[in-house]
Design a protein around this ligand. Sequence first.
Ligand code: PLA
Length: 549
Amino acid sequence: MTKIAGNGCKCNRPCHLSIYQHHKIILLLPSSAAALQERKRVLFFFYTTNRRNRSPPHSLTPFRTAVQSAALLPRDLGVEDHHQMASGMLSLTCPSSSSLSLPHHFKGGAAAAGKPKLLNQASVFGKRFVNTESFTRTTMAVALNVSRFESITMAPPDPILGVSEAFRADTNEMKLNLGVGAYRTEDLQPYVLNVVKKAEKLMLERGENKEYLPIEGLASFNKVTAELLLGADNPLILQQRVATVQGLSGTGSLRLAAALIERYFPGAKVLISSPSWGNHKNIFNDARVPWSEYRYYDPSTVGLDFDGMIADIKAAPEGSFVLLHGCAHNPTGIDPTPEQWEIIADVIQEKNHIPFFDVAYQGFASGSLDVDASSVRLFAARGLELLVAQSYSKNLGLYAERIGAINIVCSSADAATRVKSQIKRLARPMYSNPPVHGARIVANVVGDPELFNEWKEEMEVMAGRIKSVRQKLYDSLRAKDKSGKDWSFILRQIGMFSFTGLNKAQSDNMTNKWHVYMTKDGRISLAGLSSAKCEYLADAIFDSYHNVS
Ligand code: PLA
C-alpha cells in the first residue's frame, strides 16, 4: 500500500487520516494503529462513475452519507472538520472537481452502471473486494466510525400521516389540513367528546389501578364492543360464537387478523378493494399474507364498479379472504346499497370465501351506529364465519388511545374459544397486552345507557357537521363552475372523505399553490373542513381541476 504524499485529511486538527492507494483503489485510513483502534467502525464507499462523464453525477450520494454520519466521529472533531473531511474524500474520488483529483479507472465490467454502489463491510473484505477489477471506474473511500446503520436508506413519508407533518411545517395562514381523517370543530380544533371527558372523570373517581390487562384485553370492553357491532341481543353473542380480542385500534386489530391468516391459512389470499385505505397493503405485506385487488371504483361514473367487484370476487381462488369496508369506504366514500351487499354475500358464500370487515367508521357514515353496522350484521345473520376489525379512533375521537378490537365470528363456541387462544398467542410476543385507558373509556360509554345515548347525540352532531360542509362545498363549486362539470358526486359520497377525482399534479397544486394538504390520490377529509373555509377550498379545487392537467 503506498501513501499518497500530502493527500491527508484536510482538517486542521490531528484527525489521523491518511490517504493510501492500494492497487487501484484509494483508501482513506487512519494514519496510526491507535487511531484505527479509536475508530473501530469503518465504512467503505464504492461508486462507479459514468464512462463518458468525467465528473460522476451521483458521486455526492455516498459523501452526503459521510457528512450525515460525521456526528459519530470522535468528539474532538467539530462539524466543520467533518465537512472538510468529507469534501477531502470527495475531491479525491471525483476526477474533475479539484486539484486533489486522483481518478482511478478500471477497465471493463458490467457493474459500471453509472450509479453509486454502497457496499457493506463484508462485501469489501470478501470476494467483491478481490473482484473489483470488473468495475469500469471504481473508486473506494473509507469513512471512519460511521453508523452501522449506514446502509439504511431514508424511508418515504407516509402518504397519509406524512401529510400532517408537511402541514405543520407550512407557515401560511390559509393552510388547511384535509389529509388525515381526524374530526375538527368548526374552529378547526381537535375535539374531545363530552362523553369521553365524563368517562375519564368516572375513572378518576373510581381510582382504578394500572395493572396489566389480560392478553385479550379488558373483559367489559370486549363484551360491549361485540354488542355494539352485532347488536346486544345477537344470538351469536349469547351462543359465545364470537372471539373478541382488544387490539391496538383498527390498525393493530387488522394486523392481528393478518397474523392469524398467515399462521393458519398459509397461502390464502386477501382481496383488497381498488382503491383502499393505503395501509391495508402494508399490513398484509408485513404479515406476509398475499393479496390482490378487486375492482371497486369506476372513475367514469365516480361510483361503484359493482360488476367488476363481483366478477373479481368470483374469480378469486376459493377460500380467499375478502376485505370489505363495513361502511364509509375509505377513500372513495362510496358504499354498496343494501341490495348490493346481499349479492356480495351470495358470491362470497358461493365461493366459500371468508368475509373480513374493516369497521373504522361505525356511526360516522349515517350518524347511526346500527345502520352503519348493517353490512356486518347481514353477513353474520347468514351464519357465515367472518372477521371484523373495529376502531374507536373516529367515532369516539380516541385516535391516540389506540383502542379497537378484532372479532372472529365462528360456527361454534368451541371454535371461537380455540381461535381466541391463538390470537392471544400471536399478541403476546407482539405487544404482550393492550393499553387500558381507551378500553375503560369505551366500556364506560358503551356500557352505560345514559352515556351511550349522549354519545349517539354527539356523533350525530359530528356526522351532521361533515354533511353540512359537504353540501356547502358542493354549492360553492356549483356556483363557481360554469363549465358543465358535474360535482354532485360529492353529495353522493358518505363518511369523512370526499374522493375528488383530482390527479396527483392537481393535488400537488392544491398543496403548493393553495396550501390545502390532502393525499395524492385526490382524497380530502371533510372532517377537517369548516364552513368558513368551504369557499376557499372550492376556489382551490376549481383552479386545480381546470388549470392543471
Ligand atoms: N381502517 C380504515 C379503513 C381506516 O381509514 C383507518 C384510519 C383505519 C383502519 C385505522 O385507524 P386506527 O388504527 O386509528 O383505528 N384511517 C385514517 C388514519 C383516518 C390513518 O391513515 O391512520 C385515514 O386518514 O385514512
